[in-house]
Design a protein around this ligand. Structure first.
Ligand code: HEM
Length: 228
């Protein structure tokens, strides 16, 4: 139900922005995961080169601003849509059997999204903030002093509780993507007897593999730290 008008105001516009920003954030996850893979193989130099590239290359820096704006818009629109939905239905349906009508993930998107936001705040404080504003020791790569984000990351994941937090957060992210990925295509109007099941399949694969490999990175680093 629309409570406002225009490019941002109506709930339909909000859903469109949620879908577009959500899919953009999914594409970021793929790039970010590929960049983080050298952490698993212990490739110190490759990871630091990736981190330097991500924080200094002008095109990537410009895309980063789009990324921050997308995270903000996705969060604000998500919270506003949730508020609108609960205001439109102040009394819970007496005979509503949620599990029979919708998946657990689809009924808990706001909770899953909020947890992902909490994760993101902790995550950005640990790495992004330290990279940009912290006193991270440097290493020499190709004759240039580069912040040693590899050591910072590996040291963080050597703490069991930090690794456990990441693994739990990736499970929450997985559920969020399980519903969110295919739901975005539906919002954008892609509803087709042949393509919709394919999109759902890709969404399920994405929701399992991307957070799964993200979770594997801290686990491998933690286990390596025990063996060291
Ligand atoms: C094992 C898992 C992860 C590791 C080791 C990791 C590592 C890092 C590091 C080292 C940075 C700072 C350098 C850079 O900008 O690349 C960073 C930035 C960032 N990470 Fe992660 N990350 C992980 C998972 C995630 C996940 C699951 C998300 C999103 C849900 C995420 C979102 C971000 C964002 C938004 C930035 C800032 C990017 C920018 O400034 O352009 N990360 N991450």
């Amino acid at each position: 139900m629309a409570t406002g008008k225009g490019l941002f105001g109506s709930s339909l516009a909000r859903k469109y922005w949620m879908a577009l920003t959500g899919l953009f954030l999914c594409s970021f996850l793929v790039i970010h995961l590929l960049g983080n893979l050298p952490l698993m193989t212990g490739d110190h130099e490759a990871f630091n080169i990736y981190a330097r590239f991500m924080t200094t290359f002008p095109v990537i820096k410009a895309v980063s601003y789009l990324l921050y704006a997308s995270i903000l818009l996705h969060t604000v629109d998500g919270l506003m849509l949730t508020r609108q939905n609960s205001a439109a239905r102040p009394v819970k349906y007496a005979n509503y059997n949620g599990a029979a009508n919708a998946s657990w993930a689809s009924r808990n998107m706001a909770l899953l999204g909020t947890f992902t936001l909490v994760f993101l705040i902790v995550h950005l404080k640990s790495f992004w903030f330290e990279m940009h504003f912290g006193n991270v020791p440097t290493v020499l790569i190709e004759g240039e002093e580069v912040k040693d984000l590899y050591t910072l990351t590996v040291t963080s994941f050597a703490q069991w509780w930090y690794t456990a937090f990441y693994v739990f957060a990736m499970a929450m992210l997985g559920f969020h993507l399980w519903h969110g990925f295919s739901s975005a295509f539906q919002t954008l109007g892609i509803n087709h007897p042949t393509y919709t099941p394919i999109i759902k399949g890709i969404g399920a694969f994405f929701a399992l593999v991307i957070p799964g490999v993200f979770a594997l990175i801290p686990i491998v680093i933690y286990l390596n730290s025990l063996a060291a």
